[in-house]
Every structure is written in structure tokens, then in C-alpha cells.
Ligand binder design. Sequence first.
Ligand SMILES: *Cc1c(COP(=O)(O)O)cnc(C)c1O
Length: 418
Amino acid sequence: MITNEKILALTEEAEEKLDKIFRKFDKTSYKNTVKIMEAFARHRVDESCFAGTSGYGYGDKGRDTLDEIWAEVFGAERAFVRHNIVSGTHALAIALFGILRPGDIMLSVTGKPYDTLDEVIGINGKNGDGSLADFGVEYMQTDMKNGTIDLEALKEKLEENKDRVKMVFIQRSKGYMNRKTLSCDEIGEAVKTVRSICDAYVVVDNCYGEFVEEKEPTACGADLVIGSLIKNPGGGMAESGGYIAGTSRAVELCSYRLTSPGVGLECGASLNQNKNMYRGLFYAPHTVASALKTAALASYIFEKLGYGVSPSYDEERHDIIQTISFGAKEPLCAFCRGIQAGSPVEAYVTPEPWDMPGYSDEVIMAAGTFVSGASVELSADAPIREPYTAFFQGGLTYESGKYGIMTAAEYLLKELEK
Ligand SMILES: *Cc1c(COP(=O)(O)O)cnc(C)c1O
């Protein structure tokens, strides 16, 4: 039970202030839920869709129907969702290798992509592991300007390399960078700019962005959106998986990389995972709204406690990530210990900073989740370096997210009393 008077009062105050904002999240959740339920009805979802297949998985009705529903919900021509896509990185790698050929250029227009893609693209100085660079795919990037895509720089790079840029790559969410998350409309503007110059595929890393708005980047003209089922669109129900949605040809090319040329989406046993993915999609808009409410609540509380937050509680949100900067190691670690203690699973564990392979600073991570590593459930992580910023996201239910945030605030205040 939370007993700290200051935190109880602050939470009460926050919820009053956030009432209108919470209603906006609920409205978006309702619109996306309706979209999903109408698609379920149109595609006649019934018990037979939940039956699993084994072996080759030919004619898996549940799998094929969910692919069609996914395309519709994402405003795309075609899509595939698979439990055996192991992560967001895997889904992104399928798309990059599905589309790009030797001699092509991949142009990232949101600065350097998410860390785990360094080795996929081959910009980590290593070679021989079969990165895009090993296969003769060239990588270029333009950085963001004034918090959005630098359309002038994009135009310039495209004009210079018109015949070779096969893919323009956009990361929607800030991920773990100090930048703004893009809205679908901003992505739509970039799509227009690309189309005015050449016919490169516009590919969007959609991680953490799904169902935060009433539409997805595919509905704004992007050729592909890609994401992970242990984030937003799995709704906390999918046990694992990833998805790719977009234009017919782009998705078809990805399907040949998912399985093999010729096989595409004909095969792939669902092994009884269909129901979790259907149910996850059904829950996803609501789960995302819970995560957004949790983030806004935390933003309000920790700003009032004197810490730097982004976004602020009343700023428009385009993903579920919230950052809080603590300015010193001890309060940051106390916050993470509180998030862990306020989790439904492994609440007894004490997170400690450690030297994680591949990171230059120590990292502290807090997560007590039903699905291992799921970041749509409440979790936080932070590199131990200036300005001691925690990135956190999730909250399967607002009630549990609120409890987690209040517990973290309590741990923080206790640390400060020392
Ligand atoms: C999570 C994430 C990924 C993929 O990460 P996985 O851990 O492999 O699922 C890629 N890009 C962004 C922006 C992400 O947030």
C-alpha cells in the first residue's frame, strides 16, 4: 500500500488535471477498437480461426485470416503476422533483406536507426556476418532537424542518388534517442517528398507507435510498417512475434525472405498461437491507452517532484515512451527499484546496474512482466550516464501502471531522505 501523503496528494491532483487527456486516449482506443472489431466481423472470425496447424501449415485459416485483418486495420494492402518472428529486430531484418539488393542504397532519414540494426546494416565496423554491407548494399543517412525529418536534406540526397536509393527508412518512435517521435502526418509529408522524386520504398520502423494515433503510417502512404508483438500490437497477450504490413509487392518481397522465394506466405504452422495474436490485437488499443495514461501520470508526478520529463504531461504523444531525467545515479536507481517492486511478476527482485555486452556504459533495467522482455508491460531501463535518464513505457492496465509509478515515486522519496 502506498502511504506517503505527498505522493497520494500528487497522484490525486494529477488525475484531476489529466482527466481530459485520459478521455482523449480513450477516444483513440475506442476508434481503433471499432476498426478492429469491424474487421473481425467482416472476416467472420470464429472458433475455427483459433485452431492450430503443424508441419508445413498449408491452409492455416486462422493465420491467413489474421493477415487479412491486420492489413485492413493498418490501412495496408497486405500484411503478415507470425509468432515465429522472434523480435522487432528480426522483423526489420526480414524487410531490409527482402527489399534491398546489391548496389542499392538504404537512406535513413531519421538519423541512425535503432541500435540493434547496426549489425544488420553493417555499420558497426564488423563484416563477414552477412550484413547488408556484406552483400553490397550501401547505407546513407540524413539527420533530423528541428525535431522532424529534414525534407530539404532528403530531397538533396534523393536527387543525387535517384537511381540507386531503393529504400527510404524512417523510425517513427524516438526509441532510446534524445529526439521527438514522429506523427503519421509528418511521415506522410516525407512520403510525398519521396514520391515527387523517385519510386523508392518508404519503410517505417513502427515499434512503440501502433494505436497511439487513429491511423498508421501505411494509411499515410508508407510502403511498409514493421513492429514487434511484445510491444503495442500484441496487447500484452501475444507470447511472441512480429508483423509486416504494406503495399502488395513490398509485403510479397518480405514474405520471400520470411520463408523462401516461391513459398512466401503459403507455409508456416501456427502451432496454437493464433488465438493469442487475435486476442492481443483485440486488446491492443486498450492496452496502449493504459500505457499512455501511465506515462502521462508519471510525467506529471515526476515533473512536480522537480525532474526533467519528456514528453510533458499535456504534450501530444505519438508513442508510449516516457523519459525522466534524474541528474544523478542514486535517484535513478531508486526509481528503477520502485518500478520493479511495483510489478506483478518478480516484485521481490532488486535491479542493479551492470555492464551489458554491447553498451558503453552500465545499464539498469527494471521489468516484472508476464511475457519475458515485453515492453508493453511496465518496464524501465537506463544507461548510467549524464543526465541519468530513465526510459520507461507500458502498463498492461492503468491501475497496475499507476501503482508501479506511485511505488517508484515512494522509493525515490525514501532515497532522498537518506
Ligand atoms: C524495440 C524496438 C526495435 C526492435 O527491438 P527488439 O528488441 O528486437 O524487438 C526497433 N526499433 C525501435 C524503435 C524499437 O523501439
